[in-house]
Design a protein around this ligand. Structure first.
Ligand code: NDP
Length: 297
């Protein structure tokens, strides 16, 4: 069997076009331009690339983009003061603090300070808490898992009662991914570095979401024939033939798994573009929430 390859880039482009149109309509009807503030602390090269991509994507759909780059030595007080200032700024509808933060900073305190209505990354403990509770509705859902849910919909899968396996339990991907799948009525297994016999677990999955950060870890014989496999991983591997000396691969061994899976996402061009599309969607929603708040005053 050769898997159907899901084109995340094309799905994301469609979502971005819808957002661009929504922004034009907002401006025509006199509503403010949605604005996203990005906060980058330190010089992590991957973080710099991600922030640049997010800011560019904002500009392309007509959002205002406000970039704040603090030195790696920035104190907890300085970062907190910036978040408070952005919370007060009416032109800023969404605040994104690029993770990971330098080790000396208290990430939880910083994320908790973000105004719940501007928490477009969905990492505020209250939004995550609501995601974990039955009958509660978070204002925003973390972007990468939200993007995976859209891709699963594109794959035409019925999540109700399906067996889903999530590889990874990080705050950013694995854990919120598992919570979203549970809310969609899947039966979810979460695997991590202490899981015994991973291939045995993954072979049971109707849908397998890999988010471990280990290049090509998921092999063909880890996958149930016909399963939907979503590869979240982004890993640099050396490649002397590539212009930069490296290239990006996922957590899934693409060549092997495409012969077994029913649907598979590529890296790059799968989940990555969806993460950014979901960030834009969340920012538009934040602007709409601000409209509602203004109108109710
Ligand atoms: P983390 O390092 O925070 O988490 C990795 C998770 O994988 C942990 O739960 C860890 O287990 C588990 N794990 C690590 N090694 C193994 C192993 N050998 N066997 C089983 N489980 C293992 O990573 P993130 O969740 O932040 O990211 C995961 C991947 O997704 C990375 O490649 C990252 O670059 C990518 N990513 C992609 C995004 C996109 O938009 N496409 C966005 C965000 C991330 P334990 O908890 O026990 O340590």
């Amino acid at each position: 069997m050769t898997a159907r390859i899901l084109d995340g880039k094309a799905v994301a482009a469609r979502i971005r076009a819808e957002i661009r149109q929504a922004v034009e309509e907002r401006l025509r009807s006199g509503l403010p331009r949605p604005g996203l503030a990005t906060v980058l602390v330190g010089d992590n090269p991957a973080s710099q690339v991600y922030v640049r991509m997010k800011r560019r994507a904002c500009e392309e759909v007509g959002f205002a983009s406000f970039g704040y780059h603090l030195p790696a030595t920035a104190s907890q007080e300085e970062v907190e003061a910036l978040i408070r200032e952005l919370n007060q700024n009416p032109e800023v509808h969404g605040i994104l603090v690029q993770l990971p933060l330098p080790k000396h900073l208290d990430e939880e305190r910083i994320l908790s300070l973000i105004d719940l209505h501007k928490d477009v990354d969905g990492f505020h403990p209250i939004n995550i808490g609501r995601l974990a509770q039955k009958g509660r509705k978070p204002l925003f859902v973390p972007c990468t898992p939200a993007g995976v849910m859209v891709l699963l919909e594109e794959a035409g899968v019925n999540l109700d009662g399906a067996r889903a396996v999530v590889l990874g339990r990080s705050n950013i991907v694995g854990m919120p991914m598992a919570l979203l799948l549970i809310r969609a009525n899947a039966t979810v297994t979460v695997c991590h570095s202490h899981t015994r016999n991973l291939p045995e677990e993954t072979r049971r999955a109707d849908m397998l979401i890999a988010a471990v950060g280990r290049p090509r870890m998921v092999k063909g014989d880890w996958v149930k024939p016909g399963a939907v496999v979503i590869d979240v991983g982004v890993n640099r591997v050396e490649d002397p033939t590539a212009p930069k000396g490296y290239r990006l691969v996922g957590d899934v061994d693409f060549d092997e798994v495409k012969e077994v899976a029913g649907v598979l996402t590529p890296v790059p061009g799968g989940v990555g573009p969806m993460t950014i599309a979901m960030l834009l969607k969340n920012t538009l929603r934040a602007a709409e929430l601000a409209d509602m708040e203004r109108m109710s005053l």
